[in-house]
Structures are given as structure tokens and as C-alpha cells.
Ligand binder design. Structure first.
Ligand code: AMP
Length: 929
């Protein structure tokens, strides 16, 4: 993996006042009483020329000083380094409001090197320059000065050269030196191609594409290319050259193979020793000649030893005589022959990746070119057959529910894909979901089905099945969760009792209220049997693709609420979407307070397909309910224009937001934003939803800095549906954000969303920089293919860049899951010490962890009041306070007599955990920043 080619930038100086012999004699306006040239001695006693002005007592100063004309010599962006001293106004006795502590830097591009006076109006301002450290101490004689160094850069592309000017408006300044330079990426050799000294581009983000030329004695493997970045670093090497036959790479050049060695193909890695009975007498041989009396056939490779004219005899001492192998199939590409299947020169080899419990026959042929040349007929062979041992079977898949009653059910499953032997039996393990394997039952059967009795109605059970061969048990199948049918009232009553038992244990009245709140907010479980294949949470839904509905209106009415247009008050246009304008406004709904919303409308003159596509986004969004997913308020379909109403995100899209606030957040705040996106994506992946267009531009940010995933236009579940790739709307793939397998064969999965998430991380940490800058798409694809990955953005902690690199693993199975990403970010947030000191963290970390982080993790110190507030029962605070309970700890300690702090912590943590998951259902609001 390579990121940048670390050859440092070489600055080329266009002007340096310290090296100018004699006086500078720059133009000044006014010629007298403004800037004055003064010669002084620098710290090494070398005379230098400075310009000084110090009219701090007079109002309305406007003193200009202009350099001589500076030819730009091909530069496109120049850097101006000014060293200066500036008097602190407070240190000057008797000055009034006229004293300033800044000056202005200007430039003016020109072909003319003889402009005699300063045309102020033709100058363009670069910046106002202030001192980092104004000095008060001036000790003339052994003069102690605090020098400020400021660098500004400016694009100069239109004329042959330029002038710089310094405008003073009433400060006390001495310009000690001015240096003007531009940057180049220095001549370098990469992948055997030479890249010339290259002047950097005109903009800070521009990359100059440079074609390399192959070094001597080499030829092109693939067009060598590299990019010269604005700061003079070479980036993204692509392609390269090979040394020609007879030459090998040594230290970036191609050296001839010495006598006794050869290299036949340019793609061979290096020179090899001549094979037996051959030699090369000169340097640079691409083949070795046979010794006298030895031969090699024309079609023998140069690596083949030369032999006397005799066909070889059959190999000897193979273990058993050949068996009839007429029913055999070729091994296929899974089997691995080491060192190789053909062209072996030794009499040993290792064959691996064989299937368990499978009969194999190996036939070994001996051959040399001479046997064929001399017409000696087919080479002789010997063979050996064997059967591999049994192994544990692969996991059982596709477990089906075949029958169910209130107390029993029947399951059936398929044989494992790889039985790896004779299946002796199956083992079924199951437990109540709430028990989490603390107590489980096991049943064994020879059949591929089982009847399970004695189950509790309205209870979620988790089933796993595994198979056994003589070699032992295979792995268990993924969990299959089944909710038994029954009577909801009975279930609620039973749960109520459980909850009451637990809560009364903590605090009678108080906890009953919690329980009532819980009943009130928690969605009722369905009364029919639900079959889902998700590992963790009861009630996790699977996303339904609205395109599977024949009638799009049926999908929209199932997942979205129809809003009466008279309740919507549109205020202003905030953006342009694919289907029309996006406006902000207010929505009034009965019994609720008015809320701010975003309103997307479908422009007039749409086709049926456009209508369907437009509404599909709402049908998708309406299925989600998560604090980091944009919330759908409803749709307007009964009158025109059609509208989709979502919650309003005050700060708009994340990329633009970050660009606007470049450098203004702490690392922890950035990680908090990323954490929100990861949490939303985990929720989507748990619902088997693949986003396919995850990018910072599709994340919206609200006024509390909460990031929410949006833009559900392009997405579709493709995992289990090989046809889906062909039924989707044809849209361009966002190359820079998309995983290689999704680009090359449309394999869009949660793992490809993880790749895109890595790119979002990069966008966030670099404050909205464009991934791969202005490289073209083809080059991005090629660079990724060759192993290039985006380098760490400026000030990016190593751990974050490592997480990005993990998301960009070539093998999608090697990328982390969203849940792992979330854990990792949570760890960072909890232990900001793992982020390196001195980046952007400073000392603000401790207090900001909470406020800058999105929901879920943002657990404020857990006070009784906040707990009550979180469940909408804050009005009971006073009652409890009157009873002497101001904190959860005091409640636990008094009521339960638990005084050991660690035990209190455990209990509080468990209550917090429970409450947090409740809060996720209840609240979409945030802890304000
Ligand atoms: P979209 O069609 O979703 O890409 O939206 C176009 C633009 O409208 C976005 O880039 C945002 O700037 C803005 N926008 C969309 N939805 C919202 C929203 N819910 N809140 C605020 N701005 C939004």
C-alpha cells in the first residue's frame, strides 16, 4: 500500500530581499513620509534592507509600498513569506485610536516590468496580515526583536509576472524580509518511470497529471502516471515499466543480468541462474545456451534444463497402482498445487484445499522437449489414488418453519452445503430469547426436521441447528428467531408482572409509573407469528422494497401518512433535488405543536415512472425509525404538486456544512458526527437495507449537529436477489464513494456501504474535501485496483485513518461491520486519550464528549431528574425529592441497602442501558451543543 511518494517539495525562489545586493528602491506612495527603506544588521551582523513605517499618531494613513516586477517563470501559485516586526499599540505611549496592528498584502498581475508608479486600483487584495506575537521589547543596540513570519499564497496565471504591494493604514511595522517562491514536485523515479520536475497547479486542491517515461532498458507495463499535488508532493502513482529481457531492477534502474544469469521475459521479477547444462557468457542474456551435447526443444521455456537426446522414463515409487478413474472430474480451480501443477523440476509437491471425504486420483507425467522433438511418443506416467478424511460439516442453512401451534412448532432444514462426510445426526439448540443461552434445550435427530413441544405462547425463541459427522460437529446455523402466536393480553399481563416484580424491587410507586410509560410507548407485538432472521433485537424489521408492489400507491399508503396540504406552510426554497425544488416550511398537525419541515415537490409534467421513483423515496424512508435516519413526516399525494415532507435539518448537507466551517471542530466533534452516521447505517444494515449512495452530500445535519442519513433514491436490497441488479433504475454509480466490487459487477451489499462509509470518514476529517481531489474516475478506479488508498487528511489521528483503511479492504469480507465501527468510535469517544494529543483535541475534550456526540451514546451524568425527564415523568421529581431521593444511587442505596459503589454502578448501568433503548424509541431530539 502506498499513499504518497515521499520526496519533499522543492521551493523555487523568485525574490528574496535578503539576497538582493544593494538597495531595493521599491516604489512607495507617498514617496516621503510613508514607507522608508532602512538598512539594518541582522542577528548575524549581515546588512539587510528593511522597509519601515510608524505613523501611529496621525489619522487616515494610506501608505503603499510596491515590489519590483517579479516574473512568474511558469509558476501558477506563488507563496509570499513576509518576516516583519509590529509594535503593540498598547506599548506606544500616548497613541490614540489611530494606531493599527495590521497591514494589507496586495498583488497585481502584469506583463509590464516598467510600471513606474503604483496604480492602487489595479491591485487585488490577498489578505490582511496581523502579527501572531506583537512585540513590546525593542532593545536597539543588542536589538531584541520578535519576528513574525506569515505566508500567503496567491494564484498567478494570467500574465508573465506580477507586483506585490504592502498597504499600511497606521501601524508601526518593519518589513524585515520578503521571499516569494513557488513549489515544484521534484524529479523522481517511481515504478521504473521518470517523472520530471513539475510546477504545482494553480489551486490549493489541484493535481497536475504527469506522464512518466520509462527508464533506460525498460518498457511500459501500463502507462505510468502520477499527480503533482499543490504542496509539492507526488501522489497516486499508477502504472509503470518493466525492465527489458536481460535486465533487472536495481535501485530504480535496469541493470544487465551478469554472465551465468538470464531473464527471458520483461515481466519476470529478476535475473535467474542458468538452468542445468546451460550457460550465458555475456551480461544481459535473455536466454542461456545449452552446453555442447545438450539440447532444448524450440518450445521449451528458457527455464527448462538442457538434456541429452533421450525421453525420460516414468516416475518411480508412487504409493499405489492407478485405479480406474473414468468417473472422475477435473479438480477445478479450488485445489492448490504448490509450487505448481505443471512445469515442475523437482519430485515433490504439496496439494492442498482438497475437499473432505472425496476420492482423488493424481497422475504424474514426466516430459521433456526432446522426447516430443525426437518423436518418442507420449510421455510415461504413474498415478496414485486416495480418499480424503471426513471433516466437520459446514453450517446448516435455510431453516424453515413448517408448522406452529400455541405451544409447539416444527422445523425443517437442508443438508449442509458441504457435509464433508456422512452426516450422523443433527443437533437443535433453542432457548427463550430473553434467556440469551443462559438456559437452553437440546434435541438430536437423524432426520432433517424436528417437532418441538412444550413452548410458551407469545415468546420469542431462538433456534440453532448443527450437523455431526465422524469428525465431529460443524458450526451452528445463524440464529433463527421465532415468535410464538398467542394472546397479546396474556403476554402483556405476564410481562407486566415480570416488570413489576423487578421494579417494585427498586422503588414501588416510582417504578410503576415507569412501567405504565413503557406500556404506553412500546408498540404492541403482533398477534401472528413473525419469522425473522436477525440475530439481535426482537422486533427488528426487514425493509420492504416498494418496487415489489405492483401498485406504487399501495406502498406509499402503507408506509407514509397522507398530510392535508392546508396544514403545510411553505416558507422558502433551500435546495434543488432530482425531482424539483426543496423548500423549508412549517407543518401543523392536530394535537401537536407546529414543527419545521423540509418539503420536496415533484415538478409538473412528470411521467408515471418519475412519479413512482419520487414516491419510492418516501415509501422507503417511511419504514425507518431511528434518530440518525431522516424522519418522514408524511406525503401529499391527493393534490398537486406531490410532496414529501421530512423533518427539517437546519444545517443542510454535511459536505457543504463542513466546507463552511473548515477547521472549526474538535476531533471529538467530528468523531461524534461520524458516530451518528455509523449508528444510522447500522440500523439500515440490520434491516437488510443497502444504501448504495452513502456520501457526505447525502447526510443532513440539524442545529444540534446530529447527522442523519438521507437520500434513499438509488438504494435497493440486492443481497438475496440476483435479478435485482437488472430491475433497478439505471443511474450513474458514484465512483469515488463506491466499493470496487460494486463498480465492477454491481455487488452492492452492506460491505460496499462500509466502503462508502470509509470515504465519508475521509470527507468529514478533511472538512468536505473531494475524495481523490480532481483525479478523473478512470484513474480513481485504476489507482484503487493497484492498491492506492486515500492518505490521512491533515491532523487526522492514526486510529481514524486505520479505520478508514479497514473499510477499504479489497476483500469485502475483511471490512468491519457497522456494529464494529460503532463500537470502535464509541471507544474513541469514551477514551479520547487514544486520539493523539496535540491534534485538535486540546483540553476541551472532557466537557465536550457529551455535548458534541449524537444520540444513544450521549448519556449525560445520570441524574434522577434526567431519568424522569427521559420518560416524560419529570413532574414526579419533587415527590421523590421530598422523600429524600435526589439520585439513582441514593434510591438504590436506601431501598436496597446496596452500598458497594461497584455494585451500584452495575445496577445503574443496567438501568441506563434499558432506558437508553427506550429513549431511542421515544426521542428524536438531541442534547444541544
Ligand atoms: P435531495 O433531493 O435530497 O438531494 O435534496 C436537495 C438539497 O435540499 C440537499 O442537498 C439539501 O441541501 C436540501 N435538503 C433536502 N432535504 C432537506 C432537509 N430535510 N432539511 C434541510 N435541507 C434539506
Amino acid at each position: 500500500l502506498f499513499t504518497c511518494v515521499c520526496v519533499s517539495a522543492i521551493p523555487v525562489t523568485l525574490l528574496d530581499t535578503r539576497t538582493v545586493p544593494g538597495e531595493l528602491k521599491w516604489a512607495a506612495n507617498p514617496a516621503e513620509g510613508g514607507w522608508e527603506e532602512v538598512s539594518i544588521m541582522d542577528e548575524k551582523n549581515i546588512p539587510i534592507r528593511t522597509y519601515q513605517v510608524c505613523n501611529v499618531l496621525e489619522p487616515s494613513q494610506n501608505n503603499w509600498l510596491r515590489t519590483d516586477w517579479i516574473p512568474r517563470s511558469g509558476a501558477q501559485r506563488v507563496y509570499v513569506e513576509v518576516k516583519f516586526t509590529l509594535r503593540d499599540c498598547n506599548s506606544l505611549p500616548g497613541v490614540t485610536g489611530t494606531c493599527k496592528e495590521t497591514f494589507n498584502l496586495y498583488y497585481h498581475e502584469s506583463n509590464e516590468d516598467r510600471e513606474s508608479y503604483i496604480k492602487e486600483s489595479s491591485f487585488i487584495k490577498v489578505d490582511t496580515v496581523a502579527a501572531d506575537e506583537s512585540f513590546t521589547q525593542v532593545d536597539v543596540g543588542d536589538r531584541i526583536m520578535k519576528l513574525n513570519t506569515e505566508i500567503r499564497d496567491v494564484k498567478v496565471t494570467t500574465r508573465k509576472g506580477f507586483y506585490l504591494a504592502f498597504q499600511d493604514v497606521g501601524a508601526c511595522i518593519a518589513l524585515v524580509s520578503v521571499r516569494v517562491f513557488y513549489k515544484t514536485c521534484p524529479l523522481t523515479v517511481r515504478n521504473l518511470a521518470t517523472f520530471p520536475d513539475t510546477v504545482t497547479g494553480a489551486d490549493t486542491s489541484s493535481l497536475v497529471e504527469v506522464r512518466g517515461s520509462c527508464v533506460n532498458q525498460s518498457e511500459e507495463r501500463e502507462e505510468p502516471k502520477m499527480y503533482c499535488g499543490a504542496d509539492g508532493e507526488w501522489l497516486v502513482p499508477i502504472g509503470g515499466c518493466f525492465c527489458k529481457p536481460g535486465y533487472e531492477e536495481q535501485g530504480g534502474a535496469c541493470k544487465a543480468c551478469s554472465a551465468g544469469f538470464y531473464k527471458s521475459k520483461s515481466s519476470d521479477p529478476g535475473c535467474s541462474k542458468c538452468p542445468p547444462h546451460s550457460r550465458s557468457l555475456r551480461d544481459g542474456a535473455n536466454v542461456c545456451d545449452c552446453h555442447t551435447g545438450f539440447f532444448r526443444a524450440d518450445f521449451d521455456p528458457p527455464s527448462m534444463a538442457c538434456t541429452r537426446k533421450k525421453p525420460p522414463s516414468a516416475p518411480q515409487q508412487l504409493i499405489s497402482p492407478p485405479r480406474n478413474h473414468t468417473l472422475c472430474l477435473p479438480c477445478g480451480s479450488d485445489v492448490l498445487f504448490s509450487p505448481d501443477q505443471t512445469g515442475l523440476q523437482t519430485t515433490r509437491m504439496v496439494v492442498s484445499r482438497l475437499r473432505a471425504h472425496t476420492h482423488y486420483t493424481f497422475i504424474v507425467y514426466a516430459r521433456n522437449g526432446v522426447s516430443l522433438v525426437s518423436g518418442a511418443g507420449a510421455s510415461q506416467s504413474a498415478s496414485v489414488s486416495l480418499t480424503t478424511n471426513q471433516a466437520a460439516p459446514s453450517p446448516v442453512s435455510s431453516i424453515q418453519l413448517t408448522d406452529v401451534t400455541r405451544h409447539s412448532l416444527s422445523l425443517a432444514w437442508q443438508q449442509p452445503d458441504r457435509p464433508n462426510g456422512v452426516i450422523l445426526e443433527y443437533e437443535v439448540k433453542f432457548y427463550e430469547k430473553d434467556q440469551r443461552e443462559r438456559s437452553y434445550r437440546i434435541m438430536r435427530t437423524f432426520l432433517r426436521s424436528v417437532d418441538v413441544a412444550g413452548l410458551n405462547p407469545l415468546t420469542v425463541y431462538v433456534f440453532h441447528v448443527r450437523a455431526r459427522t465422524a469428525a465431529g460437529y460443524g458450526e451452528y446455523s445463524a440464529p433463527t428467531c421465532l415468535l410464538l402466536s398467542g394472546d397479546i393480553a396474556a403476554k402483556l399481563a405476564r410481562d407486566s408482572w415480570e416488570v413489576i416484580k423487578l421494579l417494585v424491587f427498586v422503588a414501588g410507586l416510582f417504578i410503576q409509573l415507569v412501567f405504565l410509560a413503557f406500556l404506553f410507548i412500546h408498540p404492541s407485538p403482533p398477534s401472528f407469528l413473525v419469522h425473522f432472521r436477525l440475530p439481535s433485537v426482537v422486533g427488528v424489521k426487514i425493509y420492504v422494497d416498494p418496487f415489489t408492489y405492483e401498485d406504487p400507491d399501495q406502498a406509499i399508503h402503507e408506509f407514509a401518512k397522507e398530510i392535508d396540504v392546508s396544514n403545510i406552510h411553505i416558507e422558502r426554497v433551500i435546495g434543488i433535488g432530482e425531482f424539483g425544488e426543496v423548500c423549508s416550511g412549517r407543518l401543523r398537525s392536530q394535537g401537536k405543536r407546529e414543527i419545521y419541515v423540509a418539503i420536496k415537490s415533484l415538478k409538473a409534467g412528470y411521467s408515471d415512472k418519475q412519479r413512482r421513483d419520487f414516491l419510492s423515496e418516501a415509501s422507503i424512508m417511511g419504514q425507518f425509525d431511528h434518530p440518525n435516519i431522516i424522519r418522514l413526516e408524511g406525503v401529499v399525494t391527493r393534490c398537486k404538486p406531490l410532496m414529501i415532507i421530512t423533518e427539517y435539518m437546519e444545517n443542510g448537507s454535511l459536505d457543504a456544512f463542513l466546507r463552511k466551517h473548515d477547521g472549526q471542530f474538535t476531533v471529538i466533534q467530528l468523531v461524534g458526527m461520524l458516530r451518528g452516521v455509523a449508528s444510522g447505517m447500522k440500523y439500515l444494515s440490520d434491516m437488510s437495507y443497502v444504501h448504495r449512495d452513502l456520501a457526505a452530500r447525502n447526510i443532513l445535519v440539524n442545529s444540534n449537529l446530529v447527522c442523519k442519513v438521507s437520500d434513499f433514491g438509488l438504494s435497493r436490497v440486492l443481497e438475496d436477489d440476483p435479478e435485482a441488479a437488472y430491475t433497478t433504475r439505471v443511474r450513474l454509480i458514484p465512483i469515488r464513494w463506491t466499493a470496487p466490487e460494486a463498480i465492477s459487477y454491481r455487488k452492492f451489499t452492506t460491505a460496499s456501504d462500509v466502503w462508502s462509509y470509509g470515504i465519508v470518514m475521509w470527507e468529514v476529517v478533511s472538512y468536505g474535501e473531494r475524495p481523490y481531489w480532481d483525479m478523473n474516475n478512470q484513474d480513481v478506479i485504476k489507482a484503487i485496483e493497484e492498491g492506492y488508498r486515500l492518505p490521512a487528511p491533515m491532523d487526522c489521528p492514526v486510529v481514524l485513518h486505520q479505520l478508514m483503511l479497514d473499510c477499504w479492504e479489497r476483500e469485502r469480507g475483511d471490512r468491519p461491520s457497522f456494529s464494529q465501527i460503532l463500537n470502535m468510535l464509541d471507544k474513541l469517544i469514551r477514551n479520547p486519550g487514544t486520539l493523539p494529543p496535540g491534534t485538535m483535541l486540546e483540553s476541551r475534550v472532557g466537557s465536550e464528549v457529551c455535548v458534541s456526540v449524537v444520540p444513544e451514546v450521549c448519556v449525560p451524568p445520570w441524574s434522577m431528574y434526567e431519568w424522569l425527564q427521559s420518560i416524560g415523568l419529570e413532574r414526579y421529581r419533587d415527590v421523590l425529592a421530598a422523600a429524600g431521593y435526589s439520585s439513582l444511587e441514593s434510591l438504590l442505596m436506601d431501598r436496597l441497602g446496596i452500598i458497594t459503589p461497584s455494585h451500584q454502578d452495575i445496577l445503574i448501568a443496567s438501568v441506563q442501558q434499558e432506558m437508553l433503548s427506550q429513549m431511542q424509541h421515544m426521542q428524536h431530539s438531541m442534547v444541544p451543543v
